[in-house]
Design a protein around this ligand. Structure first.
Ligand SMILES: Nc1ncnc2c1ncn2[C@@H]1O[C@H](COP(=O)(O)OP(=O)(O)OP(=O)(O)O)[C@@H](O)[C@H]1O
Length: 260
């Protein structure tokens, strides 16, 4: 299977501290990864490198077969879908939902004077339908509920048909119903063979969609466990990652965790 991410001894140093410390990680195009770890473990920093927005201080990071530092990142970034709360904050509150999705074609967050073609509009409408947002196409982004906004962010991230999809805490702050609705959509998407490689950061094992295949657990910038879910995500690895005794249970591809 083609490789989409290859990190070798990736280290990021800030203020004299290694916030990522010799991370080795490889993602193939048919894999769906969840990244877990305590606050400050380095999860977002890892996604920033995977999205070609940050270069390692040392080590090498290859993204879609291109080595960061030796590639024009402006050519690379349109091939990467990225959804995060930070990105959503840049979307103008009064922008129409259809435009929030369509402007991904130009990697901008508000519609200005770009020339869009019919094919862009049709694709945005199709993506909105896939993520059950077609009835909201004409609404202002700022008037949507948190759950609807999260789905718009994901719809926007898949608009350009990316080869790598990165989601930073897509279910954060959602109520139970909205979370389950989103997980069903993510799970369906994760299990489609045509979907791109998928990496999702979350704080909660309950938010891992069915169909995910791999996990990376980080603690203080270092990898605690990495590999297929059954091996990398266990009570033992969570206990080591969070520094407290944790019991993990799994049922039908969904997980729950609690203090032991
Ligand atoms: N530019 C920076 N300068 C100094 N420290 C930084 C910088 N960026 C990140 N850090 C620190 O690096 C560490 C890792 O940050 P990062 O945001 O990657 O963690 P995270 O695992 O995503 O955390 P959270 O779960 O709280 O979102 C944190 O301690 C953070 O304060």
């Amino acid at each position: 299977m083609p490789n989409v991410l290859q990190f070798s001894d990736v280290t990021v140093v800030r203020d004299g501290n290694a916030i990522l410390d010799s991370v080795n990680w490889s993602v193939d195009d048919d894999q769906r990864w969840v990244i877990l770890g305590p606050n400050g473990a380095g999860k977002t920093t890892l996604l920033q490198i995977a999205s070609a927005f940050l270069h390692p201080t040392s080590g090498t990071a290859e993204v879609l077969d291109e080595r960061l530092g030796a590639v024009d990142v402006f050519e690379l970034r349109p091939m990467i879908g990225f959804a995060s709360t930070a990105m959503a904050r840049r979307v103008p509150r009064d922008e129409k939902v259809l435009n929030v999705v369509m402007t991904a074609a130009y990697s901008v967050t508000g519609r200005w004077n770009e020339e869009y073609e019919d094919i862009d509009s049709r694709r945005a409408q199709r993506v909105l339908k896939e993520w059950k947002l077609d009835h909201l196409a004409d609404r202002a982004f700022g008037t949507l509920s948190d759950g609807e906004q999260k789905r718009v962010q994901i719809a926007r991230s898949v608009m350009t048909d990316p080869e790598l999809l990165l989601l930073d805490e897509p279910a954060a702050s959602l109520d139970l119903g909205a979370r389950e609705e989103l997980l069903q959509l993510l799970s369906g998407y994760a299990q489609e063979s045509a979907s791109p490689a998928f990496v999702m950061v979350t704080h909660h094992v309950e938010e891992i969609p069915q169909g995910f295949t791999h996990a990376l657990l980080l603690r203080q910038g270092s990898v605690v466990a990495s590999g297929p879910l059954a091996e990398a995500l266990t009570s033992e690895t969570l206990t080591e990652t969070f520094g407290m005794p944790i019991t993990l249970t799994e049922s039908d591809g969904r997980y729950t965790a609690r203090a032991a």
